[in-house]
Design a binder for this molecule. Structure first.
Ligand SMILES: [Zn+2]
Length: 303
């Protein structure tokens, strides 16, 4: 990806090297995933469509978070992770995401508030609790911030074999996808569902939420594919493949096989590798909100 010299987002909080301090008020939680019965899906589909097309209640906060397990940590001073270059890259990607999502919400006549990117090292306090970087990047709806330890890029490369700057751009775009879901009121719906279904059932909703974030990341990739900087395309050969490879490597089935040698589908919270790749590619194909309904009946068969 071509990015040097481009606008960097001003919505970046650099907390690297700071101690996490005491935890937030949200309490530890983990983003769930799961399978859903028929009736519930029809309902959520209608709700989402009405939110997407006519505007909805962006009201209350979800006190959970995504993509990781939050644990209480002893505050400590951490070494600074990530280089200046990695920080600048993340800030440029975040700026592109601001441009894209503001424009898209404008097209749908909806208002949009930019999220904040928090860079941290080791552990961090959020409105969703105190997290350490082992949870991976996450979005907290309680404060509308994306939390990222830049060392995740090395982890992607070393543990998952996903190299290249666009793998990281995909990860950031996925997290901002969760913010878009928050802005659309989908996070709020999920919080209410969570209170009335079993963990196993909620896992299936989580998978759908996560796949939708992958779809939204794909939409962003399509937008970038048509953007230029100083007359040159922003995307370079191989960028989209880097994102697809990363999506494949962090599918639940692939992760579980790697960690324990077998898979437990009921415990999936983010979707299989083929589902994640398929929804990213679908976003890259359509680049609109209409084709991103992962909550419809047959949506998980897509691969
Ligand atoms: Zn996610």
């Amino acid at each position: 990806m071509r990015w040097k010299g481009e606008r960097q987002s001003s919505n970046v909080e650099d907390r690297r090297g700071a101690s996490a301090g005491s935890g937030g008020s949200g309490g530890p939680s983990r983003f769930p995933g799961g399978a859903v019965g028929g009736g519930g899906l029809g309902l959520i589909l209608l709700v989402i469509l009405s939110l997407v097309f006519s505007g909805g209640d962006l009201g209350s906060l979800l006190n959970g978070t995504e993509d990781g397990r939050l644990t209480e940590q002893t505050p400590s001073t951490e070494r600074v992770t990530g280089t200046d270059e990695q920080k600048e890259f993340a800030a440029v990607v975040f700026a592109h995401l601001e441009d894209y999502w503001n424009q898209t919400f404008d097209d749908y006549d909806k208002s949009y508030q930019d999220p904040t990117l928090v860079l941290y090292s080791g552990s961090v306090s959020s409105a969703c609790g105190t997290a350490n970087s082992a949870v991976g990047p996450f979005y907290c709806p309680g404060d509308q911030k994306v939390y990222l330890d830049l060392s995740f890029q090395e982890e992607l490369a070393q543990n998952f074999g996903a190299t290249g700057d666009f793998a990281m751009a995909y990860v950031i775009a996925h997290e901002v996808g969760h913010h878009v879901q928050y802005e659309l009121g989908i996070s709020d719906q999920m919080a209410r569902i969570r209170q009335r279904v079993s963990e196993k059932e909620y896992n299936q909703y989580s998978v759908r939420l996560e796949l939708q974030a992958d779809y939204l990341a794909g939409c962003f990739a399509k937008y970038l594919a048509n953007e230029t900087y100083n007359g040159k395309p922003i995307l370079e050969a191989g960028d989209i493949e880097e994102a697809i490879y990363a999506a494949n490597q962090i599918g639940d089935d692939t992760l579980q096989k790697q960690a324990q040698g077998y898979v437990v589908p009921d415990s999936f919270t983010h979707g299989t590798s083929s589902q994640r790749v398929a929804w990213f590619q679908r976003g890259y194909q359509y680049g609109d909100l209409e084709h991103g309904d992962t909550f419809s009946e047959a949506s998980l068969d897509l691969n």
